[in-house]
Design a binder for this molecule. Structure first.
Ligand code: TYM
Length: 340
């Protein structure tokens, strides 16, 4: 009996995270989330996906969405996510996400959805298009997570509030119907959880920032990366030290720390007596080396449309199968008439 048990692989905790295909991911997306996805790929049972349903909550161009979804999917396949063991998929290919999201809308209070910071920010930014999808964005995200009985969700700090509402919805539903959903935990890395803009270090680095100098795209060439770091906003102290009021330098130190594994004390020691010029160049080189293997893999697969379509189909089938179990249970619990 014990021998049999030893031969059965232990069930691994479940991990899920998605990214919107609104533009090529930035270094912020990479260090805050994608890098952690790759580090969890071996030890957890993972689902990673492209959140294209979420991407239409703001006005978009259909042709760009199609291209960006494929590029984002190819980028995920270029990270070391172990797609044979884990599931890599596109959200709109699994109808269960939209179905569960409707049900969860009916267990979410108007007041709690109104309190979401991202909703408030996006409503201000897109004042001419405050649509209902923008408002119910968090219940779709809750559906993404709860469908797969997820234990851990690797995200950057900006998504923490959406994880909290997901937990509240899951606990409310479980309180009414028994233990239907696993209540998920956020997984937020110690460094890199909030990478800031290179031009306005008080704002987070964002894919949709109109200033191209503010963010590093994951596909930027070495020359572009060096140029952008050279023009990063710092301060006039000329001292590489992590301290309050030095937002620009703190951000560069966080980036360098994520790419090299060095802690802040070691970085301060390495650059003692050196100017910001040397430090900026070292940060740029570390980022270039970190992104190089991902860029090489991306460039080799992006043109292979049939390979990408085959991977998307495989991901869709495996995710749909996994999602179906929870959706059926939920439908039964809420009392929908079942045919079989
Ligand atoms: P999105 O597409 O805005 O970002 C993807 C991931 O990148 C993280 N991130 C950052 N981390 C550090 N510094 C930054 N400057 C930075 N900018 C972005 C985000 O926290 C995120 O983890 N709603 C989500 C997508 C989503 C999702 C889900 C995530 C849809 N369903 C289910 C987890 C689970 C979003 O818009 O992420």
């Amino acid at each position: 009996m014990d021998n049999i048990k030893e031969n059965v692989p232990a069930k691994q905790p479940k991990v899920l995270s998605l990214i919107q295909p609104t533009a090529m991911p930035t270094l912020g997306n990479y260090l805050g989330a994608l890098k952690n996805w790759a580090s969890m790929a071996d030890d957890y049972d993972c689902l990673f996906g492209v959140a294209d349903l979420h991407a239409i909550t703001v006005r978009h161009d259909p042709a760009s969405l199609r291209r960006q979804t494929m590029e984002m999917f190819a980028l995920l396949l270029s990270l070391d996510l172990k797609p044979d063991k884990n599931i890599v998929f596109i959200q709109s290919h699994v109808p269960a996400h939209a179905e569960l999201s409707w049900i969860l809308n009916c267990y979410t209070q108007f007041g709690e959805a109104s309190r979401m910071t991202q909703f408030k920010e996006k409503s201000q930014k897109h004042a001419d298009n405050v649509n209902v999808g923008l408002f119910t964005y968090p219940t779709l995200m809750a559906a993404d997570i709860l469908l797969y009985q997820t234990n851990y969700v690797p995200i950057g700090a900006d998504q923490k509030q959406h994880l909290e509402i997901t937990r509240d919805i899951a606990e409310r539903f479980n309180g009414i119907y028994g233990n239907v959903f696993t209540v998920p935990e956020p997984f937020i890395g110690k460094s890199g959880a909030r990478i800031m803009s290179l031009q306005e270090p008080n704002n987070k680095m964002s894919k949709t920032d109109p200033n191209p100098k503010a963010s590093i795209s994951m596909l930027d060439t070495p020359d572009m990366i060096i140029k952008k770091f050279k023009s990063a906003v710092t301060d006039s102290e000329a001292c590489v030290k992590y301290a309050e009021g030095k937002d620009g330098i703190n951000n560069l130190m966080a980036i360098y720390s994520c790419c090299t594994g060095l802690d802040y004390a070691a970085i301060e020691q390495q650059f003692e007596g050196k100017g910001y010029g040397d430090f900026k160049l070292a940060v740029a080189q570390a980022v270039i080396e970190h992104l190089r293997p991902v860029q090489e893999k991306f460039n080799s697969i992006i043109k292979d449309k049939s390979y990408l379509a085959q991977c998307a189909q495989n991901g869709a089938q495996r995710a749909s199968y996994a999602a179906h179990k929870t959706l059926e249970k939920v439908m039964k619990k809420v009392g929908f008439f079942q045919i079989r």
